[in-house]
Design a binder for this molecule. Structure first.
Ligand code: PXG
Ligand code: PLP
Length: 439
């Protein structure tokens, strides 16, 4: 095989990466199409994780590529403050059109992390605008992931993402997580046990008083922390408790949005409508960075007071509603609609679950879980070396030409929604082969 010339790897400090390991044996992707990447050795790599939970329509979709190219030549940038461009309004309307009932106001950002910061700020300012400015407390959940900025890190619950960074935001508390491998191991779809864990919010209300709590933020399905599927009835119960106490409910749908769970949004899959919803990733099929916060009309309207020449919400990003991102977003929504991708996971999930759960009984496997086109396989950690088993499985799959994700000792699959059965088979087979030769 020819040895390609590689760039100098020294200067790039890579995000969420074992930099030293990577630079010793780099994994460089140079092209992508459909379900596959090509690496710099010319190998085809089956994409088991939709890039990073974002390329839901598969790679290199002609309609999206063309939209970005044409947009760059037509309007490269338009300032988003006190100005607009048509596609920003069009994309907001289109998003409202597929969103849960009543979530019809859209604030654009450039990432999931920025969406989370934005949603938390909207929640605080909403209460203040209504004369309840004492509601400042934010509640997250253990094992939650809400991006890496200070707000999201503070409400997040993954210790490695928090422990190095000081005191974080004050006035944050956390619900217990819902992962219960003792009662729920190998559940197909929603686990049966644990709806009562939502009552943990009542404990925090009793501790802090509801009048001090602005919002609760949770991922409907926790992705980054290892595919934690909510117990049956849990999200409904959380919604009821929030309503009882005037607490806003924020769903972080950065991963679950755009078809991952079988409907456009997990809110629809679960039949639970939040007050605010954060999205990113699949919004542009991963092609151009973009995120958004979707809000209920009444949240937005609470801001629309005072003289009408004044700015109502002092927040925004230079690249909010960037023309390239809006063009990509519109073409992405067209692609999802044309190919029926927002509900495709619902059609495939039965087959996916069956194949994935066949990994039960393979070496080291202590749990398998699934919903829509998200799958998690939890391994028992090697004594004294947590995370190594999963990382070695990841490297083995890579050698076999399959890209998966790991977090801790959990393997995650989230294939593009265009996946066919044979692609799902191949991903799961690669994991099986890797597990059988793993120490
Ligand atoms: N919220 C959720 C629920 C996410 O999954 C973010 C916020 C942050 O989005 P940005 O665009 O700022 O990265 C995410 C991102 C993983 C993994 O391995 C998942 C994410 C990011 C990095 C790694 O599961 N999700
Ligand atoms: N830092 C400085 C000095 C800036 O001027 C700006 C934006 O004008 C920012 C940070 C924020 O950048 P962005 O709007 O791209 O988030």
């Amino acid at each position: 095989m020819s040895t390609p010339t590689r760039p100098d790897l020294d200067a790039y400090w890579m995000p969420f990466t074992a930099n030293r390991q990577f630079k010793q044996s780099p994994r460089l992707l140079t092209r992508a199409d459909g379900m596959y990447f090509t690496d710099d050795q010319g190998r085809q790599i089956l994409d088991g994780v939709a890039g990073l939970w974002c390329v839901n329509a598969g790679h290199n979709r002609p309609r999206i590529v063309r939209a970005i190219q044409e947009q760059a030549a037509e309007l490269d940038f338009a300032p988003p403050f006190q100005m607009g461009h048509p596609k920003a309004f069009e994309l907001a309307s289109r998003l409202a059109g597929i969103a849960p009932e009543g979530m019809n106001k859209v604030f654009f950002t450039n990432s999931g992390s920025e969406s989370v910061e934005t949603a938390l700020k909207i929640a605080l300012a909403y209460h203040r605008a209504r004369g309840e400015g004492q509601r400042t407390r934010l509640i997250g959940r253990e094992r939650g992931y809400h991006g890496v900025n200070f707000g999201g890190m503070s409400v997040g619950g993954m210790v490695a993402n928090r422990k190095m960074f000081g005191t974080l935001l004050a006035g944050v508390d956390h619900l217990r997580h819902t992962h219960d491998i003792v009662r729920n191991a190998f559940s197909v779809g929603l686990p049966a046990h644990g709806a009562e864990l939502a009552d943990d919010l009542e404990r925090l209300v009793a501790l802090h008083d509801a009048s001090t709590i602005a919002a609760v933020i949770v991922e409907p399905v926790a992705g980054s922390a290892g595919v934690l599927i909510p117990p049956q009835g849990y999200l409904q119960r959380l919604r009821e408790i929030c309503d009882r106490h005037g607490i806003l409910l924020i769903f972080d749908e950065v991963i679950t949005g755009f078809g991952r769970t079988g409907q456009a949004f997990a809110a629809q899959t679960f039949g639970v409508t939040p007050d605010l919803m954060t999205v990113a990733k699949g919004l542009t099929n991963g092609c151009v960075p973009m995120g958004a916060v979707l809000a209920q009309q009444r949240i937005h309207d609470a801001f629309m007071t005072g003289p009408d020449h004044l700015i109502e919400f002092f927040h925004g990003y230079t690249y909010s509603a960037h023309p390239l991102a809006c063009a990509a977003g519109l073409a992405t929504l067209d692609t999802y609609a044309e190919d029926g991708l927002l509900t495709r996971a619902a059609e495939l999930q039965g087959y996916f679950a069956e194949q994935l759960h066949a990994l039960r009984g393979e070496p080291h496997v202590i749990d398998v879980r699934n919903l829509g086109l998200v799958g998690g396989v939890e391994l028992s950690p090697r004594a004294g070396e947590p995370t190594r088993r999963a990382f070695e499985t990841f490297l083995d799959c890579w050698q076999q030409g399959v890209l998966i994700r790991t977090t801790g000792d959990i393997l995650a699959l989230s294939p593009p929604l265009i996946a066919e059965r044979e692609h799902l088979d191949r991903m799961i087979d690669a994991i099986r082969v890797a597990l059988r030769r793993l120490k």
